[in-house]
Design a protein around this ligand. Sequence first.
Ligand code: IMP
Ligand code: MG
Length: 335
Amino acid sequence: MIADVVIGLSYGDEGKGKVTHHLLKSGEYTHCLRFNGGCNAGHTIYHKGKKFVTHHIPAGVFFGVKSIIGPGCVVNLEQFHSEVEELEANGIQARDLVFIDVGAHIITSDHLEEDGGETAIGTTKRGNGPAYRDKYGRSGIRAGDTPSLKNSPYLINLYDELHSGLLSPCVLCEGAQGFGLDVDWGDYPFVTSSHCTTAGALLNGIPPQAIRRVYGVTKAYDTYVGAKEFHGKGRTFDLIQQLGNEFGATTGRPRQCNWLDMRMLRKAITVNGVTDLIINKVDILREVGKWNLRSYTGDRIYIQTGNEQSWKQYIKRYLSETKVDISFSESPERI
Ligand code: IMP
Ligand code: MG
């Protein structure tokens, strides 16, 4: 087996959907695997000039690639079915391509209700936290034990599918959220409840030695949605929000904006074993006309200022020890 992984290095909304969509164009992948999260995710994808926002369904469906929601995920079945229908209505065949692994957990109406009000950390209200809590509390409901799924065409056994020895799969693992929201590595308790790291992909039955490339995705600036204070001071950050259209794909909430945090980026690259770094929305920073970064001397944070060229040089130098291959992206459709 060969597996490539796409993960977020910031707080979600880095453009993972775009990168996954772009990589699938190679035609070499036999499977696309969502390995964490639920419909808290919102992946914006431009396919043949049309905009799509997916929450549950992996991007493989846009290319006729078998797409699986893995055991590391939680699923809202109503949302799942309506997403399948919406894709079909827009000319994307999803019905025979998308599957839910028997081990994925179900988001129930109780989970939704519990997560529905104002939460201390400002969740997406999609029942994610309560569903994972019940999973780990051993009182959750798995897809394989759900009567409405048992006789449906959507249930799959991921282990049999990937390890039956009949074919050598090439899997693109599609992550949701990002390093800063990871339950172990993020800014706890302002985190989501799943594993957003490369390790999160491995937890879905991907053997470590199968990993070929790890595509880490970030933006030219950081954004975050949730209850903690994050938005930088001054009008520039409002401008970034407007020009970058930084409003949540799932909830419509404005995303708080700040300069790219270099120390966190390097940590995310290191922990995740990132081989290829994609820095999205460089075009937005060019429109804004300011090329700043958050950097550190020891524990003291400061703002590194410069122009486009020095900004790129600084990033390359700061990350040189990680040996990561860096792409600066300026298009919503390509890397
Ligand atoms: P939850 O995942 O809905 O429990 O929310 C926990 C935190 O993660 C909140 O700050 C959410 O705004 C954030 N979050 C969850 N999913 C996403 C996402 O896909 N993009 C951006 N932020 C997210
Ligand atoms: Mg998103």
